[in-house]
Ligand binder design. Structure first.
Ligand code: NAP
Ligand code: G4F
Length: 378
């Protein structure tokens, strides 16, 4: 981890002046800080001058790779990111962390977030998402009742909640029809968040985010699985990628754009729920075309279908209508589909080149995403 002293926050906008003229940073607490979105949000909040506290799970290996560049030795003055061990399933720990960190804003991004895996681990998925969110809401409620301090909550809700709906595009008024244990759990967390807002006056917002990707996307999600495989195939490190349903359509945006919307929701006068999406939908097949095409490759000889990647119940078409976010938050996506695919391919090509160098020097090379999914049944 980085031991250098951090530089001054590049954007002091959010630094507020406290009594006596000294400056107070806003404080944020993030669950899921080691994930894709956690890392982009962390960057955004640090750039805005926040003091960021992240909750990480204790495990035998560190999972802090995505935030390594933001972490500095906490013995040095002025550090902006502090990490704490905790878990959404440990309610007492959440309470303690909230009273110790005294956050102005809490972003609940922690989850077992893989839809296919949720069919194999439905109870664990439900525990992290449904019970985990309730644990957090209750910790915030009690903290407010004991201290009088309001804490704003962002809840990571998902377009998966729309599931089997026939309405295209989907907006805040579209009815939910969840199609996986993951989506059912997110629906519970969504309504629990609204109930705490209405029953107890908690400032809590749901962001109903459509799929968002990046070079930091987990390697078992389809976009990253494809960009990892395509670049490895280009360099001769891999021959085949095994996939499931190529006809599924998703509204894929860039994670860096989407975390801006999370932050904007918590800066409003009133709490509310917002769809966040690009409005464009593409099939997995189109993603393959774009990714392999950018590398001057034909994907067809390299793609094999393995039924284990089919889901017992699938979500066929997701396409979001983010008019409310555009009109009320002033949010709009900057990165479009083609640029997103290219950004991911460019980053994964660097990774594949490093792997190629290691392989030619006789070192064992980490297997690509296709193999990762071959081990787990995701
Ligand atoms: P991700 O990369 O899979 O990250 C998930 C994070 O949750 C990781 O930091 C993980 O920690 C943490 N976590 C898992 N179980 C936990 C537990 N029991 N207690 C505390 N933390 C736990 O997910 P993401 O793509 O960044 O997504 C962030 C959130 O948005 C998730 O809630 C996801 O369901 C939701 N969402 C994502 C999308 C999308 O397209 N990315 C769209 C809509 C909603 P470890 O590093 O220790 O595993
Ligand atoms: O990349 P995926 O696994 O993402 P999915 O299921 O849409 O979920 C992601 O987005 C949600 C927002 O809508 C989040 F809430 C959730 O946490 C997660 O971030 O799969 C996308 C599509 C699916 O239809 C799947 O069946 O790709 C299809 N697919 C085809 N072959 C595959 C594969 N998905 C995976 N993971 N692996 C395959 O081999």
């Amino acid at each position: 981890m980085n031991t250098h002293a951090p530089s001054a926050p590049p954007d002091g906008n959010q630094i507020v002046t406290g009594l006596g003229g000294f400056t107070l940073s806003k404080r944020a607490l993030i669950t899921g800080v080691t994930g894709q979105d956690g890392s982009y949000l962390c960057e955004l909040l640090i750039a805005k001058g926040y003091e960021v506290h992240g909750i990480i799970r204790r495990s035998s290996t560190f999972s802090t790779e995505r935030i390594e560049h933001l972490y500095h030795d906490t013995h040095l003055p002025g550090v902006r990111l502090r990490l704490h061990y905790g878990d959404l399933l440990d309610a007492s720990c959440l309470r303690r962390l909230i009273s110790e960190c005294k956050p102005d804003e809490v972003y609940n991004l922690g989850a077992q977030s893989h839809v296919r895996t949720s069919f194999d681990q439905p109870i664990y998925t439900c525990e992290t998402i449904s019970l985990g969110t309730l644990n957090l809401l209750e910790a915030i409620r009690d903290y407010r009742d004991y201290t009088g301090k309001d804490v704003r909550l962002y809840q990571a809700s998902s377009s998966e909640m729309f599931g089997n709906t026939r309405e295209v595009p989907q907006s805040e008024s579209t009815r939910f029809y969840p199609r996986s244990p993951y989506a059912c759990s997110k629906v519970h967390a969504f309504w629990q968040t609204i109930n705490h807002r209405e029953a107890f006056g908690i400032f809590a917002c749901n962001g109903i985010l459509f799929n968002h990707e990046s070079p930091r996307r987990g390697e078992t999600f389809v976009t990253r699985k494809i960009t990892r495989a395509a670049t490895r195939i280009k360099l001769g490190l891999q021959e085949t990628i095994y996939l499931g349903n190529l006809d599924a359509q998703r509204d894929w945006g860039f994670a860096g754009d989407f975390v801006q919307a999370m932050w904007l929701m918590l800066q409003q006068h009133d709490p509310d729920d917002y769809v966040v999406a690009t409005g464009e939908s593409h099939s997995v097949r189109e993603f393959l075309n774009e990714a392999f095409g950018y590398l001057d490759l034909d994907w067809q000889p390299h793609v094999k279908i393995d039924p284990k990647y089919f889901r017992p119940t699938e979500v066929n078409v997701l396409q979001g209508d983010a008019s409310k976010a555009r009109n009320l938050l002033g949010w709009k996506p900057r990165v479009r589909f083609n640029d997103l695919v290219r950004m991911m391919i460019d980053a994964d090509m660097k990774l594949a080149q490093q792997e190629q160098t290691l392989a030619s020097a006789g070192f064992a090379v980490r297997q690509g995403a296709g193999h990762a999914e071959g081990v787990a049944v995701s």
